[in-house]
Each structure stands twice: as structure tokens, then as C-alpha cells.
Design a protein around this ligand. Structure first.
Ligand code: PFF
Length: 444
């Protein structure tokens, strides 16, 4: 294949930090804990692990193989392996990246505001009223635009100088802070209730509920940044000597570990302060209301811990948002032919504007999240599994470059051909009515 001069990661460590940075984000610390709270703690955690390894891991490896093999963004890469009709799927990926980036930046903006507020002023005495005031409207809009601008600046600086350098610097810090917070939470009197709730569910029956299964699968896709070409795009800057299965294992494990440890921070903290009633009724805003309540209750220590917690969220959100934007920017560079800087500016302005409804209404934000996860990511994952299993010729040969031929790669292909599409189709059929209901409620 004719290779154009294309940027490459400076080091294996740099790629890993960027890929883990993409995976670890609001999904691990915000979405995971509110879903676990909503769906009975441990039962959800078990299903989530199952979904990561049954459907997440095979699709992750497929994205890495396609991206590295084609050394292009998703549109060109799918066209390269499947012919021009498959470019449409790549275009859908770019659309998904654009959609998620636009509302993700709104939530990321909240986290930045909460961090700086925590440091400068302390957390508000009435967090529910405060959240109602700042989560939508002018405030939300300003922080959304600020966060988007910062992320775009990093993307504009390119793969090694912008993305790799940022991720290599901040991701190790994020690990340290989250682990430190979990240790702190374990010292609080009354935290045992949190562990019990999180690790030992009363409600294992929900493992058999299709709705919980769907949430777990959607979360696995969201959290691993799958189904929209983010991992594919990052892999397109990899050398052919990289061992892809090893990278996929490390990224999946690190992503799960951070979500799990974030739960070890959130649940003990809430139970220690007697806020468990509010855990059950968890919604999108829970983390921004209940946790600050806990931080206020813990006095000055709570202020430090809370600021660190939100700072970790900022870091996670930043490294994830830059991967979402990179999908759109790389594709604009590949297809339109603009340089990186110009592509970044224009796609960034468009994504920032598209995020305005999410900054003005929580309902709009919720619907964007549901459509993105239940429709785009899972649908994208399903199509990508079919593509790799049936259309792409000998994907195992691409994986074997840099890794050697593993016998289980046959099993991987069988999983992509049958198991992954069947599981995802079964789940998606269940979620469609709910997503449609949420969309129509928005327009009533
Ligand atoms: N994985 C990110 C998170 O867990 O917050 C969200 C995300 C990033 C989803 C990049 C999809 C994506 F392409």
C-alpha cells in the first residue's frame, strides 16, 4: 500500500496513554457510577465485565487492526478494506464522534467549573440548587465553550506534540489521584455500607433483565470508546511492530480498573455521609449533587478531596474529548485535504455549536447521550464486527503483524461473525422503543 507521510506515535507508552486516555473519562467516573447505582450495584458490575470481554474486547481489537492496517481515518480505512460503499459506515462513525464530542464537552465544562469552584470558593452549601442553576443556560454554555477551545488547541498541535504529550503527562496523575481517593474513602467511618451495596447486590435478578444488559453493553462501548472509530483512528498512527492484542488487553483492563476504583470512591463516600437514599434515585446529575453534599459534610478535607476528584474528572474528560475530536479532524484532513489546524478550527466550531442545545437543556443532553450510545455506538460496533468478520480479508494477518499468530484469533473471528452481532442486535431491538420515546418526549 502506498503510505503517505503520516504522523506516528513517538513511543509505545505514548500510544497506550492516549488510548487509555480516550477510554478513561466521564464514562468511568460519572456514567459508570450512576448506572451502577441505578441498576443495583454488583449485578450491574458483573454484567458490565461480561460485556467488556464478550463484545468490547473483540470490537476493540478489530478497530486497532483496521486502523493500523489502513493507516487512515475511519472513512478511508473502511473504503480501503471494503470498497467505497463501506465508506458510508465510516461517515456514520465520524457523525457519531461529532455528536458525542458536542454534548460531552458540556458535561466536561461542568467538571471544570466544579474543580475551580472547589479550589477557590468551596462547594456550594445547597448543591442541588447550585446544580440546577449552573448545569444549563448561560453558565453551562460558557464552560462548554472554554473546555472545547482547550481540547481543540491540543488537537491542533498534532499527534505527538499535542495528544501524546498531554496524555503521557496527565494519565499517570489521574491513576494516582483516583487510587489515593479510594484509600481516603476507606478510612471514613460508615463506608462499609457502600462496599456492601457496590460489591454485593441484593438484586442479582436484574442480571437477567434485558434493560440492564443493554445499559451494560452500551456502557462497555461508551467506556472503551468503541463503535465510532476513535480507537481505529488512534491505531492509524501506530507502527506495524506493535502487538495489538497486548494493547487491547491493557486498554480494556485499565479502563475497567479505573471505573471500578472510581466506584470504590463514590459508594463508600456516599454511604459514610448517609446519602444512600439519593443513590438509588440516581440520574444524570447525581454525581454533581450528591458528591458535593458529601464534600461539604467533610469540611476542609472534603474540599481538598472534592477538588481532586473533579480535577481527575477534568483530566479524564479532556483526554477523551480530544480523541472524539481527532476522529472528526483526521477525517477532514484525509477527505477534504485541509491541514490539521484549519480542520481543527472548523470542525471545532461546528461541534461547539451543535452542543448548544445540550448546554441549554438537560433533557436534550440526555437524549443525545441515549441516541449516541444505543444507536450509534452499538450499531457501529455491530456493523464493524460484521465488516471485520465477513468483509475484510484475513484480519488475523494484520493482527499477527507484531504479535505472531495466536491460535485464538480464529475464535476472535468467529466471535465477530456470530456472537457479537447477535448479542448487539438482541440488545438494540430492546432499546429502540425507549430511545424513540425519549426523542419524541423532547419535542412534545
Ligand atoms: N470513553 C469515554 C469515556 O468513558 O468517557 C467516552 C468516549 C470517548 C466515547 C471517545 C467514545 C469515544 F470515541
Amino acid at each position: 500500500m502506498a503510505q503517505r507521510a503520516r504522523e506516528q506515535w513517538g513511543s509505545g507508552f505514548g500510544f497506550l496513554m492516549a488510548a487509555i486516555g480516550s477510554a478513561v473519562g466521564l464514562g468511568n467516573m460519572w456514567r459508570f457510577s450512576y448506572l451502577a447505582a441505578e441498576h443495583g450495584g454488583a449485578a450491574f458490575v458483573i454484567l458490565y465485565v461480561l460485556m467488556i470481554f464478550l463484545v468490547g474486547f473483540p470490537v476493540l481489537l478489530a478497530e486497532l487492526a483496521i486502523g493500523r492496517g489502513a493507516a487512515r481515518g475511519p472513512v478511508q480505512a473502511l473504503g480501503f478494506y471494503g470498497g467505497r460503499w463501506w465508506k458510508a459506515l465510516g461517515a456514520l462513525f465520524v457523525g457519531a464522534g461529532f455528536l458525542i464530542a458536542s454534548y460531552y464537552s458540556v458535561i466536561a465544562g461542568w467538571t471544570l467549573r466544579y474543580t475551580l469552584e472547589g479550589i477557590a470558593l468551596g462547594f456550594a452549601a445547597d448543591p442541588a440548587a447550585h446544580f440546577a442553576e449552573v448545569s444549563t443556560g448561560y453558565d453551562a454554555l460558557v464552560w462548554h465553550l472554554l473546555f472545547m477551545a482547550g481540547s481543540l488547541w491540543i488537537v491542533a498541535n498534532g499527534i505527538t506534540f499535542g495528544i501524546e504529550r498531554t496524555a503521557s503527562l496527565v494519565m499517570p496523575l489521574l491513576f494516582l489521584v483516583v487510587c489515593g481517593l479510594a484509600v481516603y474513602a476507606s478510612t471514613l467511618p460508615g463506608s462499609e455500607g457502600g462496599y456492601r451495596y457496590y460489591l454485593n447486590s441484593d438484586d442479582y435478578a436484574s442480571i437477567f433483565s434485558r434493560e440492564v444488559l443493554a445499559e451494560a453493553a452500551g456502557q462497555a462501548f461508551f467506556s472503551l470508546s468503541l463503535g465510532m472509530g476513535a480507537m481505529l483512528t488512534y491505531a492509524s498512527y501506530l507502527k506495524r511492530t506493535t502487538n495489538l492484542p497486548a494493547q487491547a488487553v491493557i486498554v480494556s483492563l485499565a479502563d475497567f480498573a479505573i471505573a471500578f476504583v472510581a466506584g470504590l470512591v463514590v459508594f463508600p463516600l456516599l454511604f459514610a455521609l448517609g446519602l444512600q437514599e439519593e443513590v438509588g434515585a440516581s440520574t444524570l446529575g447525581a454525581l454533581f449533587i450528591t458528591l458535593p453534599k458529601a464534600f461539604v459534610g467533610l469540611g476542609i478535607g472534603g474540599r481538598i478531596v472534592g477538588s481532586l476528584f473533579f480535577a481527575a474528572l477534568v483530566v479524564g474528560a479532556l483526554t477523551s474529548l480530544i480523541s472524539l475530536l481527532e476522529v472528526v479532524v483526521a477525517s477532514t484532513v484525509d477527505i477534504v485535504g485541509w491541514d490539521r489546524r484549519r480542520s481543527t478550527i472548523w470542525t471545532g466550531i461546528a461541534a461547539a455549536l451543535f452542543g448548544v442545545p445540550a448546554a441549554l437543556s438537560l433533557d436534550a443532553l440526555d437524549v443525545m447521550d441515549q441516541v449516541a450510545t444505543n444507536f450509534f455506538l452499538m450499531g457501529g460496533g455491530l456493523a464493524l464486527a460484521l465488516f471485520t468478520g465477513w468483509v475484510m480479508r484475513e484480519p488475523e494477518v494484520e493482527v499477527a503483524a507484531g504479535a505472531g499468530r495466536y491460535r485464538w484469533l480464529r475464535l476472535w473471528i468467529q466471535a465477530l461473525r456470530y456472537a457479537v452481532p447477535l448479542i448487539l442486535a438482541f440488545i438494540m431491538i430492546g432499546t429502540v422503543p425507549k430511545t424513540i420515546a425519549a426523542i419524541s418526549a423532547l419535542f412534545e
